[in-house]
Design a protein around this ligand. Structure first.
Ligand SMILES: [Zn+2]
Length: 454
């Protein structure tokens, strides 16, 4: 083997040096740009929002993020940050970086209208003559700092405690939520029947809950996509009324025959039948009411009914709305509950008729209400039929006023064959007497709706 001369050695060393430099710098020349993610569009209201962006660079790591807003009035940089790192070893911190940028239209002097938010990110690559790979996303901003105008078209309305009312009003732009707020409860509005949706004519049925505080604040609210909320007062007078108190002395037969099977069915475990009743009347009742709220949460915008509601034919009223019930066992008070419906007794296994035209939203077992049917009458109005023997309808079906839903019975928490009938307005139990009354329907509903479509 011939010995290498100095030139030969130089070539070998140079090759090694170039190889080492190349091995080091090739990854420094990676071409994968950072991945930037953010929302496609943001509606920006008076309250502003916090814009969240995510950036990740798996190569040399994230170098910088810059955010600009460009609108008719020009551009401004609202975020500019370079992260710790250098061109030889890249970013110190790897992984996804999340940044939250407050967007306050007033602080940023943004005028109402469209604007574009441009976010750019760079990495520590040597590409782009050392500036790094660049990625960019655009977020459409719709600046809207004007609250929807909401205006009542209803005169003075009288509402009874435990009763309902209808409010008509107009909104001047598209809303994501509008309706009547009664204290901390909200009753959504619907497009007024017979009017064009773009006219902004709305109707909301609302209620004053039996146990609502005195003189609850009642007002109209309308919220747009940007989160701006417009309000207006509503001229409502709440008439107070007292509800009767009823003492129920529960029999041994009731504790021995009704409670054990119901306890088993509802999963209640207790040492005595009295304790089982106490749990059923409190915890299972609360669970069932929560279930009902879930089932009726979204009501159809269509008004399915056009006549007054009807009471179960040939029935006798056994118990009225909102009786304050106190339950006794051998003279000792063991439980309390508000009775949020009417108990109607007819003959045994009598046909249960739909109080009005509507859509079946539930037909099944509902705890204390036993076999139960729920009808959605549209625009937030629901009727409930409890303790049935069996069903004649299935969920999804449209039923006519007076159509049979099943037969009365004593399923659930019932001492004997009867129908428990209830009406809910926007999820609040109200007195059915109003809805059974043709004159009340005329003066509280029809007159207001007719004024709109004129
Ligand atoms: Zn009842």
């Amino acid at each position: 083997m011939a010995a290498l001369n100095s030139r030969g050695w130089f070539t070998i060393v140079l090759a090694i040096v170039l190889f080492v430099i190349g091995a080091f710098s090739l990854p420094r020349l990676e071409g994968d740009a950072p991945v930037l993610t953010g929302p496609e569009a943001v509606a920006l209201g008076t309250a502003g929002v916090e814009l969240e962006l995510e950036a990740l660079d798996v190569g040399t790591g994230l170098r910088s993020i810059q955010v600009r807003i460009v609108s008719g009035g020009g551009g401004q940089t609202i975020f500019d940050e370079t992260f710790v790192g250098n061109v030889f070893s890249g970013a110190v911190e790897s992984g996804t970086r999340r940044i939250a940028i407050p967007l306050d239209p007033r602080a940023l002097s943004l005028a109402d209208g469209p604007a574009t938010l441009i976010a750019t990110a760079r990495d520590w690559s040597w590409r782009d003559t050392g500036a790094g790979n660049r990625s960019e996303i655009n977020v459409r901003l719709e600046v809207d700092t004007r609250a929807p105008r909401v205006q009542t078209t209803t005169g003075l309305t009288y509402v009874y405690r435990g009763g309902a009312g209808a409010a008509t009003y107009r909104v001047d732009e598209a809303t994501v939520r509008d309706g009547v707020a009664v204290g901390d409860r909200f009753y959504p509005g619907y497009p007024a029947p017979g009017t064009a949706p773009e006219a902004g004519q709305r109707v909301a049925f609302f209620a004053v809950e039996v146990h609502a505080p005195r003189n609850p604040e009642i007002r109209l609210e309308a919220e747009d996509a940007a989160g701006n909320i417009g309000t207006a007062s509503l001229n409502v007078r709440v008439n107070e009324r007292k509800f009767s108190e009823e003492h129920l002395n529960l029999s041994k037969r009731f504790f021995d025959n009704v409670i054990p099977p119901l306890a088993e069915q509802t999963g209640v475990v207790a040492l005595t039948n009295v304790e089982a009743f106490q749990q059923i009347n409190k915890d299972i009742r609360a669970r069932d009411e929560a279930r009902i709220q879930e089932l009726i949460a979204s009501s159809d915008a269509e008004r399915y009914w056009h006549e007054p509601f009807i009471q179960l034919p040939n029935s006798q009223v056994m118990s009225r709305f909102a009786e304050q019930r106190r339950y006794f066992d051998a003279g000792r008070e063991i439980s309390q509950a508000t009775h949020y419906g009417f108990d109607l007794a007819s003959r045994k296994a009598a046909p249960v008729t739909a109080a009005n035209r509507g859509k079946v939203i539930f037909a099944g077992d509902l705890g204390i209400y036993g076999n139960c049917v729920l009808l959605d009458h549209g625009m937030g109005i629901t009727t409930l039929y409890g303790h049935l023997t069996d069903f004649a309808v299935e969920p999804g079906a449209i039923v006519e006023r007076g159509q049979s839903l099943g037969r009365t019975g004593a399923t659930g928490l019932a001492g004997g064959d009867h129908l428990h009938f209830a009406i809910l307005v926007g999820g609040t139990y109200v007195d059915p007497l109003e809805w059974w009354d043709a004159r009340w329907i005329q003066s509280h509903v029809e007159v207001k709706l007719a004024a709109l479509s004129r």
